[in-house]
Design a protein around this ligand. Structure first.
Ligand SMILES: Cc1ncc(COP(=O)(O)O)c(C=O)c1O
Length: 481
């Protein structure tokens, strides 16, 4: 093992230089080449965010009584969110470290509400099939059972199915605004009717939409109602670190009523370390993230966010129109703006092979499954690369059509098989093994094309390499024929 703790401290400029060098292999988000993970504006803006972060990087939001500065920032951010989502100052909530924490908290809160108020011992959540995986994680962590509601042809959740899934153990219904895989807004008004009739909380996951939908609406985009204007909506999660353009580590969850929010709060009055109360998952809560979120909101103002939304709206419209013109591709559903995905309608064109070709041209592409498709999350900076993206995409589709064997190579082979093989337990185990290995201190990076057993080759008797996911799945397939 290489020693990594230097014997003596190194010069700071040398350290910063080395840190900078680590990023050379990362997705080139500054040039608009990444279509997920990063919400980038420009270097100047992000330097400003960094400064805001620095001012409070040591401050700790753990104890709201200690750092009044952070409590104030948190309240300001939540008030802005409440105003945007048509709430009032009577609403309540907290900032969290990200969308996942916000979703986990909602799951825990409504589980505890169900137990305390309804005596529910086996809590269930009804979530759309398109719900973000954070909800599965929440269910797993907090012991809730998931009832998954079907999607309609436009990829929004089917309220009729939700109605049928409600039972006396239901502690929460979920809607996405928008949902991540296809960018559609679920029918919140119809879900609200069900929720109100049965007295069940309705949470809207606006983690990705919360800081863009209100501004798209102000920019004239017509949207279905999804926020607190809908009476049954009891809480909304929204990430400031997505379209709010804060630094990473900033989301929030806002409740209409204290009677629900109270169940989120953890209190231990007998700890020898002192009486302890905490409103969210984390102990230490990073002051820098609050400061950067507060600063991001102040720096944009309504006008700045509307301008961003307009750029996103226009870039998305150009992308959707361009993709619709490429023979063999189809947009999934009716994405409103900012997020969409597209699949292949031509059996000769493997969509994941198109993804590989695009990556070979320097784009960082997201893949989704059920159905197999490529995904894009559009930010204002993408407006300058729309034409280049569309040109490359049309050419890549052509390359794959001319050489369908590409679908059996590279990541396309792995993703294609992973999404299709019916042995989901096998997939899960193999992914877990592979993922865990990458966290061994001697481990390497994740690469689906080269990770052991993920190379598309059926068990390699000569090298003695252990057959992995693709090997075993292929062997299984072949054995069926
Ligand atoms: C709808 C939705 N919910 C939750 C999350 C999780 O957010 P995070 O990655 O910040 O934890 C995401 C992330 O994209 C999302 O799109």
């Amino acid at each position: 093992m290489n020693p990594t703790l230097p014997k003596t401290g190194r010069p700071r400029d040398e350290i910063l230089h080395e840190l900078e060098s680590f990023g050379t292999g990362d997705p080139d988000y500054r040039a608009g080449r990444a279509w997920s993970l990063v919400y980038w504006r420009d270097s100047d803006y992000h330097e400003f965010l960094g400064e805001a972060w620095n001012r409070y990087s040591s401050a700790n939001g753990l104890n709201p009584g200690a750092f009044k500065s952070l409590k104030r920032m948190e309240r300001d951010v939540l008030r802005v969110a409440s105003e945007l989502f048509h709430g009032t100052d009577d609403f309540c909530g907290v900032m969290t470290s990200g969308g996942t924490e916000s979703c986990l908290l909602a799951a825990k809160t409504y589980r505890d509400w169900g137990r305390a108020e309804r005596g529910i011992r086996k809590p269930e959540m009804i979530i759309p099939e398109s719900a973000h995986v954070a909800w599965d994680k929440g269910a797993e962590y907090f012991g809730l059972r998931i009832r998954r509601a079907r999607l309609r042809d436009d990829w929004t959740v089917d309220p009729e199915h939700v109605r049928r899934l409600v039972n006396r153990n239901t502690v929460m219904i979920l809607a996405g605004a928008p949902e991540y895989p296809h960018g559609s807004i679920d029918p919140v008004r119809e879900l609200s009717e069900i929720a109100v009739n049965r007295g069940i909380p309705l949470h809207v996951d606006a983690c990705v939409g919360g800081f863009i939908l209100p501004f798209l609406e102000k920019a004239g985009v017509s949207l279905p109602d999804w926020d607190f204007r809908v009476p049954g909506v009891t809480s909304i999660s929204a990430d400031v670190h997505k379209y709010g353009f804060a630094a990473k580590g900033a989301s929030l969850i806002l409740y209409r009523e204290m009677r629900h929010f109270r169940h989120q709060i953890f209190v231990q009055q007998d700890w020898p370390g002192g009486v302890f109360a905490s409103p969210a998952l984390l102990g230490t809560r990073p002051g820098g993230a609050y400061a950067a979120a507060w600063a991001a909101i102040q720096a944009h103002g309504e006008e700045g966010y509307v301008q961003n939304a307009e750029r996103v709206r226009d870039a998305t419209a150009r992308l959707l129109a361009g993709i619709r013109e490429i023979p063999g591709l189809e947009i999934l559903g009716n994405p409103l703006a900012s997020i969409f995905s597209y699949r292949s309608t031509d059996p000769a064109v493997g969509i994941f092979a198109v993804g590989d070709r695009m990556e070979a041209r320097g784009w960082h592409i997201d893949r989704i499954q059920r159905p197999d498709a490529l995904h894009a999350m559009v930010t204002p900076g993408h407006d300058k690369v729309v034409d280049a993206y569309l040109k490359d995409l049309a050419e890549c589709v052509g390359e794959v059509r001319a050489n369908p064997a590409l679908a059996a190579t590279g990541q396309a082979a792995t993703y294609g098989l992973i999404s299709k093989i019916p042995l989901r337990g096998l997939v899960r185990k193999q992914v877990l093994d592979m993922f865990a290995e990458t966290y061994r201190l001697s481990g390497g990076e994740i690469d689906l094309t080269t990770a052991p057993g993920m190379d598309g080759a059926v068990g390699d008797g000569e090298t003695g390499k252990k057959p992995g996911l693709v090997d075993r799945a292929l062997a299984w397939y072949l054995s069926r024929k």
